[in-house]
Structures are given as structure tokens and as C-alpha cells.
Design a protein around this ligand. Structure first.
Ligand code: ATP
Ligand code: MG
Length: 293
């Protein structure tokens, strides 16, 4: 009796909005996340996305899940001229809609964005009342996944509902870690959260790696201590690429461009290109075949 009643309920629901056409790609979704603020999440998400598009000819979607909207500021010179009338927050709260509907091409070939919106914090609060609140982004990316090779998500500096949604939607997690003692605490919290999400909500979630960021090579002893701790605890997950402190990276962000465009020969540019190369190789080794959804 129960199953008959449930089966019949769908006919009382209004017809759903039409979902965009499926493509023929199968994106790997990477959440760039860390609990600690200011460790280089946005800088890494922006340069990984741009680097994969520029140097590896991948079609990439960069999603800004942080209400601060720093992706848009970092790429201000290359953002699409027009914004969609609907915001990400509105879409996340609707069923049978897809972020592909509001993705827009940037002025950089093969790089698309879904911009943040200032109301994302309210969306986060509203999400907490929804059934299946952790699954909204995953559902809202079903079509987008088929149009891109990689989807990079810049997460906010906390482990709230938006980060949780990113972890449930992701295939891989990339954790930037600046070379400070406080950052080490943040790494263990996020790794614990990733493990919990893996156990309960997304069994195929993988850890792509830990990225050392904002390394000041003058702090030899401190760097050695932190690196030894990271290596002892996370071993192979420590990526080979290391991002040093670079004023060109900070100035590029101020100018609203990637460092690849602002100062292509700078060490910061070379370091982020190396990260894009390393991640591209890791993604190829874990690539999944296209499966019809
Ligand atoms: N390698 C670097 N060298 C110099 N400055 C950097 C570097 N990486 C990031 N920055 C600067 O540090 C600041 C914080 O970086 P970013 O915004 O990427 O961190 P975040 O983790 O996203 O911060 P939030 O937690 O606020 O989202 C920015 O002003 C950025 O320009
Ligand atoms: Mg940020």
C-alpha cells in the first residue's frame, strides 16, 4: 500500500523546468577547499582552472561558491560582459535546474565561470531546511558535467553547507596549505571531513593532494618542520608543486588578471603552470569513461 501511494504522488507535482541538453564530456570535479582563511584557495582555484584551459586545452568550468566573490575580482579583466539574471543561490534551491544554464564563457579560451552571488550566505541558511541539503549541487551539476573536462570549485573558508555540497559533488579534493602551524590544524579538520563525506555521502570522493602555498623560502627551519609534519601525516598526498610567495601573484589579482597573463615569466606563473601540469597528469591517470546519465 505504501509503495502504491508513493508511486502515485508524482502526478500531483507540477511539470519540472526543461533541463538543458546533455553534452558528451565527463568532467572531473575538483573542490579546492581548506578550513583556514587566506591560504590561497581562490588563487589556486583560479590558476588551476586557467592553467588547465590554457596549457592543456581542457574545457573548464570554474565555480565560485564563496559569497566574497573573489573569483570575479581575480579575473575581472576576463569575466563575461553580461551576467545571467538568475543567480547561483536561486538555482541551488531549485530542483531540476542545472548550473550549466548560468555558466558563461570568459575571455580566456575554454574557460567558463559560474559567478558567486552576495546572497549565497542566505542560500546556505535556507539549504539547511531542505531534505537532501547536501546533494543540491551534485544534482545541479549533472548537465554541466557533460559539457566540460574539468569543473573547479572555489569553496568558502568554513565547513558549512556550501562546502559540504561541494564535497558531495566532487570527485577529488585539493587542499591548499600555507606553511603555518595554524594551517596544519585546518588540514587535519578538512581531511577528517573529507573522510566522513566519503563514508556517508560520496564513497568515490578522492584526495587529489595537499598543495603547499605561500611558501617563504627564507623561513628555512619553520618550512622544514611543517613539511616534515605534512609528509609524516599525509605522505604521498603532498603534491610536488609548491607555490612560493610572489608579489606578482598578489599584483595580478589586484589587476584582475591571472598571473599567466600579468607576468608570464614570473616564478609564480611557472609554479602555477607546474601545478596545472601535475593535476592534468593525475586526472588522466584517474579518468573515468563517459557514462550515460
Ligand atoms: N603565492 C602567493 N604569493 C603572494 N600572495 C599570495 C599568494 N597566494 C595568495 N596570495 C594573496 O593572499 C591573499 C589570500 O589569497 P586567497 O584569496 O587566494 O586565499 P583564500 O584561501 O581564498 O582566502 P579566503 O579564505 O578569504 O577565501 C590574497 O590577497 C592573494 O593575493
Ligand atoms: Mg577565497
Amino acid at each position: 500500500m505504501v509503495s502504491r501511494a508513493l508511486g502515485n504522488l508524482r502526478r500531483f507535482l507540477k511539470p519540472t523546468d526543461e533541463v538543458s541538453q546533455l553534452g558528451n564530456r565527463n568532467a572531473q570535479v575538483i573542490a579546492v577547499t581548506a578550513q583556514k582563511g587566506g591560504v590561497g584557495k581562490t588563487t589556486t582555484a583560479v590558476h588551476l582552472a586557467t592553467g588547465l584551459a590554457m596549457f592543456h586545452k581542457k574545457r573548464v568550468l570554474l565555480i565560485d561558491m564563496d559569497a566574497q566573490g573573489h573569483v570575479e575580482k581575480s579575473l575581472a579583466q576576463d569575466m563575461p560582459d553580461q551576467r545571467h539574471s538568475e543567480s547561483m543561490g536561486e538555482l541551488l534551491l531549485k530542483k531540476n535546474r542545472d548550473l550549466y544554464e548560468i555558466a558563461a564563457p570568459t575571455k580566456i579560451d575554454d574557460l567558463w565561470v559560474v559567478a558567486s552571488d552576495r546572497n549565497l550566505n542566505e542560500t546556505e541558511t535556507m539549504l539547511s531546511t531542505r531534505i537532501g541539503k547536501e546533494l543540491m549541487l551534485r544534482q545541479n551539476l549533472a548537465v554541466a558535467r557533460t559539457h566540460f573536462d574539468a569543473i573547479i570549485i572555489d569553496c568558502p573558508p568554513n565547513l558549512g553547507n556550501l562546502t559540504l555540497n561541494a564535497l558531495v559533488a566532487a570527485d577529488q579534493v585539493l587542499i591548499p596549505c600555507d606553511m603555518s602551524v595554524l594551517s596544519l590544524d585546518g588540514v587535519s579538520s578538512i581531511v577528517e571531513t573529507v573522510a566522513t563525506v566519503q563514508d556517508m555521502l560520496n564513497p568515490t570522493l578522492g584526495l587529489l593532494g595537499l598543495l603547499r602555498t605561500r611558501l617563504d623560502r627564507r623561513n628555512i627551519t619553520m618550512n622544514r618542520t611543517i613539511e616534515d609534519t605534512l609528509r609524516a601525516e599525509y605522505g604521498d598526498f603532498l603534491l610536488d608543486s609548491v607555490i612560493g610567495v610572489s608579489t606578482a601573484i598578489a599584483k595580478a589579482q589586484l589587476a584582475g588578471k591571472s598571473v599567466f597573463h600579468y607576468a608570464p615569466k614570473n616564478q609564480g606563473s611557472k609554479a602555477y603552470k607546474k601545478l596545472a601540469d601535475e593535476v592534468s597528469a593525475l586526472l588522466s591517470s584517474s579518468a573515468k569513461p563517459v557514462t550515460p546519465s
